[in-house]
Write a protein that binds this ligand. Sequence first.
Ligand SMILES: [Zn+2]
Length: 292
Amino acid sequence: MRKQPIKLHQMQVLRRRFELSENEEKEFENLQAGFLGELSFDKLLDAHLSGLNVYHVKDYRFKVDGSEVQIDNLLISGDQAYTFEVKNYNFDLVYCNKAWHFVNGEEFKDLSMQVNRQRLLLQQLLKKGSFYSASNNVMSHLVFVNPKQTIYNMPNLENLIVPSNVDKRLSKICKSNYYDQSALYKFLESQRLVKSIYNIPVDIKFETLRPGTYCYQCNSTSTLDKIHRNLYKCKNCKIDYNILQILQNLQTEITALNDSWKITPAILFKLSGGMVSRAVINKYIREGKIKL
Ligand SMILES: [Zn+2]
């Protein structure tokens, strides 16, 4: 399972419990689209990796020479390291003069620089662990996953994956490792950053959050409807929540916003808007179903 980025989780909470400016709402939509794109690429990759002896490392973060790097997908397949930078863009792009442009001609971000940076810094990390050899180069890919996106003047680059060539490219890449790569995998995991410098607590006081219970299976910003004592329902997607799930959601919301906030029964009671009684919270704590 791939975890959603903390920044996305924070914005999901704040659009219900605080407010987002128009720009932040746009950022939220971009982050959400990015995450959905990663999930859809995971599915494709998983289908190609099924039954193979490979290592697929997701959301890999490491630091080398003072720079923090994040790689959506790192694959050790066929005794070779690959990275995949996934982009779920809902707008068209034109490739021209070795650069990406919007349809109106304006130049877009330098995506190849981003992909190259990942490749170079990962190579540096492999060198550090003595896992690098010139013949074992890192291959970095840029992946456009949105089937609705049109790429005009598409270049025939070896490291570009689009919906029309994804199956062909992945079948070439996905092969069992011939040699034992467990030492490399262990080294990579030992270098994984648990906390990113980009994960910062929100600059908001707990008291200013809007109390209530919300659905996180859809984008509805309405509070859940109470069906009976232990059952709540989302007005929009009709998903059911029991009290324990609601308490667990409240807990993850608080931790996502600011992991230094101390979670107590009183805090949970307050954030639920009084929906969950303190007696019930204490009961779940006693039963070990909730750990504070
Ligand atoms: Zn819902």
